[in-house]
Design a protein around this ligand. Structure first.
Ligand SMILES: C[S@@+](CC[C@H](N)C(=O)[O-])C[C@H]1O[C@@H](n2cnc3c(N)ncnc32)[C@H](O)[C@@H]1O
Length: 261
């Protein structure tokens, strides 16, 4: 039997590894590294290697790096078209996982995939690997190790709970933030925002809690009433993009007046 461990590594610093993740990494014979193209991807790959070296300072594992197809951007606003692009992207990734599990993992061995943040949130690797494992003639046992997500680090850094008493919190993409009715949003965490979709929520009496490169040494935080911090936020985002060439950010939008219960 083969084994494949999908291990959440937290969003940007080895200190976010859980003891369970460390134990799982110690059992790995082969680490599969998916190398994405584009600026910033080298840093993300370097962090994975740093984590591997920290947990396994004596080595004793193999590393297989393969190029990974880039995540499609939601440029096309037509949902069916976008879903088609994502389906092709997933099919390509499934082909890669099938190749890795068939050709790069021997019977009795354990493969490890280090997944950013928590693999249960905006990450389809679990479903893809499960689908591939079901199709293979040999048995591949899949295990999942949850991780600390960017959402948790955002709330912790700003020292706020994600929801106030009696309220719920939504987690949405930047694409959805462009489409929802702002008046209906009470607490929303926004991820995968390639624009600055929070601008749609101006004049809504909302606070924003924003974090860039959360957990990393160059983490940046901005918080305050959205209408007041908007200019600062746009300036910060533009200068970070200019400086580093890439930006990973997450934010919580919160209506200032709590819902009366
Ligand atoms: C594909 S999703 C993966 C989320 C990941 N599974 C998690 O649990 O954090 C990528 C998005 O997560 C958010 N993200 C991940 N790491 C981050 C970080 N270090 N700082 C800020 N946002 C981050 C960003 O919104 C980014 O667009």
């Amino acid at each position: 039997m083969k084994h494949c461990a999908l291990i959440g590594i937290g969003p940007g610093h080895p200190d976010f590894l859980t003891l369970q993740a460390v134990a799982a990494m110690r059992r790995v014979d082969v680490f599969f590294l998916l190398e994405k193209a584009g600026r910033g991807k080298d840093e993300l790959l370097a962090l994975r290697r740093q984590i591997m070296q920290r947990v396994r300072p004596d080595g004793g594992y193999r590393e297989v790096a393969v190029p990974s197809p880039p995540r499609p951007r939601a440029v096309d606003r037509d949902s069916d078209a976008y879903r088609g692009i994502v389906a092709d992207w997933h099919a390509e990734k499934r082909r890669i996982f099938a190749h890795l599990l068939t050709r790069e993992l021997a019977g009795g061995q354990t493969a490890g995939l280090l997944l950013w943040g928590d693999p249960l949130l905006y990450d389809q690797t679990i479903s893809m690997v499960e689908a591939v494992a079901r199709e293979l003639p040999e048995t591949v046992e899949v295990s999942v190790i949850p991780g600390i997500s960017a959402v948790q680090v955002l709330a912790a850094r700003h020292r706020i709970p994600l929801n106030r008493v009696g309220e719920s919190v939504q987690i949405i993409t930047g694409r959805e933030a462009e489409q929802v009715d702002p008046a209906r949003v009470q607490n929303a965490v926004v991820m995968l925002d390639y624009n600055a979709s929070f601008q749609r929520f101006l004049g809504q009496d909302m606070d924003i809690y924003w974090g860039g490169y959360l957990g990393a040494d160059d983490e940046v935080l901005v918080a305050g009433p959205l209408d007041e911090v908007l200019d600062e936020l746009l300036r910060v985002k533009a200068s970070l993009r200019e400086e580093k060439g890439w930006l990973m950010d997450t934010y919580l939008l919160r209506r200032r007046s709590p819902k009366s219960t």
